[in-house]
Design a protein around this ligand. Structure first.
Ligand SMILES: Nc1ncnc2c1ncn2[C@@H]1O[C@H](COP(=O)(O)OP(=O)(O)OP(=O)(O)O)[C@@H](O)[C@H]1O
Ligand SMILES: [Mg+2]
Length: 432
């Protein structure tokens, strides 16, 4: 569909859609589009095209997509002032950190800063600290990219390195996020960027969130903090970081709010992108270092035969696989097997440890991160199966070589790469 739009107006396009500027002049988040350049707007995203000179577009709309014209520029003037202020920062690289609630415009503001800086030929790196709605790197990871050219969507950037957290919400892994971001920031500093833009997640309300963000900020030591003010929600956080240079900016009025479901489906686009061209790799477990917090422990099994027999007798059966740790014993049994709860209780009392029972097949679907032996993030995968007898792990992944460490996430994906909630282990022990 062809659309002519007058200068001074903004074309708001809700994805999934694609827009080609046929003639005239238009800008997206501070970037002046080239003629005949095609811009893709993902499902769940909205993109503002500000018209600088009367323009003609070719617009293709997907299902539930939408396009509308509004007057003026939807980028707040405070964003432009914020950019000007960034240029006054003397440290090199200047580190700018962006704070805001969900759907406040964090990603868009980062995109805007990146483009404005690139207009001035500055070298820019972007560090994405939002694991739930990652722009760079797969979902559940923190990642960074050096930005080689203007962008309309940070999602199109290629991650230089990433740190896997394995959950979608920082409240479940605050320390890990702080650690990961600090690590990635120091990696960025060894490059030669003029500016580092750090995006953060939208968890900003409540004591825990404020404490977490304040700790994060102390570690990152930004030269300047941008606080996107929608209402009063950020106030306690701004107060907590007032020793830093803070700049309050507006949230665009035309922002598109997203439901939980839309957020999940945006994440799923991320899984799809990073699992493209995957195939199942079967890797002997003895070749790998496997890190898993609580669900399955796959380390080497040091049980001697006598100890094994003792535990089997207590449980009244021989499991498929078993690992004894200091405070607990993990037992994997076949799908159709059963352990008498009385026996579990007896074993726990006799051994003085918890017995955690899982079923063969429960491992299927776990999101994994794959690293090489230099701790470089290679990509993600989905666990298909653990063959306990042959001691082989089967991973659906596009990574074809060099895997030396596998880290388990807490997210599970089904065959269509949709998120499913993991089973609760505690219940599993009681209900065989
Ligand atoms: N000035 C604007 N005009 C119209 N739409 C905008 C504008 N700024 C941002 N948007 C759109 O609003 C939506 C939310 O913005 P954005 O993704 O930047 O917020 P966020 O704070 O990063 O959200 P999240 O918490 O999900 O990461 C996006 O689809 C974005 O493209
Ligand atoms: Mg965002």
């Amino acid at each position: 569909m062809k659309m002519n739009v007058k200068d001074g107006k903004t074309l708001l396009v809700d994805g999934p859609a694609s827009v080609t500027l046929v003639s005239g002049k238009a800008e997206v988040f501070g970037y002046a589009l080239r003629n005949m350049e095609k811009v893709v707007i993902r499902d769940g995203k909205r993109m503002p095209f500000f018209i600088k000179e009367p323009a003609t577009f070719n617009v293709a709309l997907g299902e539930n997509a939408n396009v509308e014209e509004v007057d003026g520029n939807t980028i707040p003037t405070s964003w432009d002032e914020a950019y000007e202020e960034l240029l006054t920062v003397q440290t090199k690289p200047a580190v700018a950190l962006v704070l805001g609630t969900v759907d406040s415009g964090k990603t868009s503001f980062c995109t805007y800063l990146v483009n404005k800086l690139l207009n001035e030929k500055r070298k820019v790196a972007i560090l994405d600290g939002d694991l739930g709605q990652s722009d760079i790197g797969p979902p559940c990871t923190l990642a960074y990219a050096f930005v080689p050219r203007h962008v309309t969507d940070l999602f199109n950037l290629e991650a230089k390195n990433a740190f896997f957290v394995g959950v979608t919400s920082p409240s479940r892994a605050a320390e890990k996020v702080i650690y990961g971001l600090t690590l990635l920031k120091s990696e960025i500093l060894s490059g030669n960027s003029d500016f580092v833009i750090v995006n953060t997640d939208g968890w900003v309300e409540g004591e825990d969130a404020v404490r977490y963000k304040a700790q994060l900020i102390e570690k990152i030591e930004p030269s300047i903090i941008y606080c996107i003010q929608q209402d009063e929600k950020l106030k306690p956080l701004i107060e907590a970081v007032k020793l830093f240079r803070t700049v309050i900016i507006d949230s665009p009025q035309t922002i598109k709010q997203r439901s939980r479901d839309k957020r999940r489906s945006l994440r799923e686009l991320g899984y799809i992108k990073y699992l493209k061209n995957s195939r199942v790799q079967s890797i002997p477990m003895s070749w790998l270092k496997i890190e898993s917090d609580e669900f399955l422990v796959l380390g080497k099994n040091f049980l001697d035969k006598r100890r094994e027999r003792e535990i089997y007798d207590l449980l009244g059966m021989k499991p498929l696989y078993m690992v004894e740790l200091r405070d607990r014993i993990y037992v994997v049994i076949g799908r159709n097997r059963w352990i008498n709860p009385e026996n579990i209780k007896r074993a726990e009392e006799a051994l003085g440890k918890r017995v955690v029972v899982t079923f063969k097949g429960d491992e299927k679907g776990f999101l994994l991160a794959l690293y090489n032996d230099e701790k470089k993030f290679l990509g993600i995968g989905v666990l298909r199966e653990i063959d306990y007898r042959r001691k082989v792990i089967k991973i659906f992944t596009p990574v074809s070589s060099g895997i030396s460490t596998v880290i388990f996430g807490k997210v599970k994906l089904d065959e269509n790469l949709k998120e499913v909630s993991p089973p609760i282990i505690e219940e599993r022990v009681k209900i065989p």
